[in-house]
Design a protein around this ligand. Sequence first.
Ligand code: N01
Length: 557
Amino acid sequence: MPDTRPKLTASPRNLDALIVGAGFSGLYQLHCLRERLGLAVQVLEAATGVGGTWYWNRYPGARCDSESHSYNYTFSRELLNEWEWSERYPEQAEILRYLNFVADRLDLRRDIFFNTRVAAANYDEGANQWRVSTADGREFRATYLITAVGCLSTTNIPDIPGLKSFAGDCHHTGNWPHAGVDFSGKRVGMLGTGSTGIQAAPVIAQGAAHLTVFQRTPNYSIPAHNAPLTPEFKRWVRENQDEIRAVMHSTPNGHPFRISSRRALATSAPERQAIYEAAWAKGGLQFRATFHDLLVDKAANDTAAEFIRARIREVVKAPRTAAALSDIDHPFATKRPPIDSGYFETFNRDNVTLVNLRDEPLECILPEGIRTRAGTYALDTLVLATGFDAMTGPLLGLNLTGRGGLTLARAWREGPRTYLGLQVEGFPNLFTVTGPGSPSVLVNMPVAIEQHVEWITDCIAHLRRSSIRSIEPDPQAVQQWVEKVNDAANATLLPQAGHSWYLGTNVPGKPRVFMPYAGGMARYRGICAEVAGRGYEGFHLTPDPADAHKGGQLRQA
Ligand code: N01
């Protein structure tokens, strides 16, 4: 494999900033720090190319469930004008092409070290530097360390007895072989019916001899109705860029549509049914926006949940399978709602079987297949669509050690604690793009990413302008923010999912904490702007010793 590492032009030992990850976040952060602030900055990326999530998640059917015209950067008119999406929902390969286009257009590759996995990062208090070591033994030093590692990038491999003994091919969807997987003539088993499994099943079923879906928890899904974009729609997007961006910036979830102000229970049953039917026919996440109380009022939520269950029962012909698929016991959208292309229809195929693990729990994996309480299913290939150690997993995987030898694992042993999802107490000059405690995964990701990257860039500009040596959050501000994150979640039905990766309960031993900020992106953007406007309220700003006579440590709480 050719060495894609950039040549070291300046000493890497004294960089201004290091960024970990070359996905949506890392690419834009590099651009901002290099071009807007003129910093010496480099990116460390474990993969051989840019793309982050979209580099790794190459499973069959991988597609974004944000609509394509909202799933891109909006900071650059040139980028907007030069790129055109082909379908309503962009597929993985097209998103990867887009991110490569951006990397080329902004000349980003020259400052990215590919094939470079961070092994550990330690804050050296005396030098006020982050020392970052890589798996292949190199060391980098920088004043600012910015994690752009994504929220769903650490795969969750279930601890099922016998998994390693499986004799056939076994792949996790989040680490899919680049050459693809040939399913022809194969008996394929798939574990997992979240967004990923729901996207993968219809495509795998088309290529395999037989697909067996092992379902532990049934899930809602809305039809995507994906289709090529028409020339008229493309023209409309080109002509309305500012308006589309304004809508994305004003809504709680960063999508390019508004949430209705109607309440489900204040609407007559026939009218409500008609609204749901229209939204179902339109497809996509907009279904969630039909009524404004769906995520705050259980009775309102029940109306949407029952509508979807009825659609599943209508579509799926075998009554037992339909019952297993529609026996959903969490409120709608309290887990990330998938959207699909023919998921429920797939169970009408002769070569697809649903195994309901609630009726016949999984006992173990054997070399020849999966054994449940009811018997053994012979398989040639196993697909693990079992999700991620979300939000905290990618950060803990960096083995970060802050001031006084405090490890992130210790600081977060009872769950993540951040201020605004941007900084962690005890970890000066560390910034976490879309970290826990920020809206991130509850939002159309590029919108959340652009706001974080721009806030971090402005913050670093302020530190340098004001001769500030380091910034870290005040403990009180962290405590108050943690409470705000909890309150925001508790004001919704989201914690009522009982079990979800939002809560961390999908990973054994992980503290049960609702991790993202559920107060809405528009509100969050305002809070961050206010904090910055008040001189970074809630942060400790430590002046450079040379400037210490100007007032010692600045406490901005
Ligand atoms: O993961 P998940 P995902 N035995 O955690 C099951 C984003 N995303 O990769 O619920 C049997 O949602 C588990 O069952 P249960 C999106 O934000 C976006 O699907 O724990 N089953 C569940 O069914 C999404 O929410 C896009 O009982 C086991 C499944 O595995 C997030 O990624 C596309 C098991 C995991 O579901 C994660 O989605 C795809 C076991 N031992 C993903 N362990 C788009 O933008 C786990 N499961 C389109």
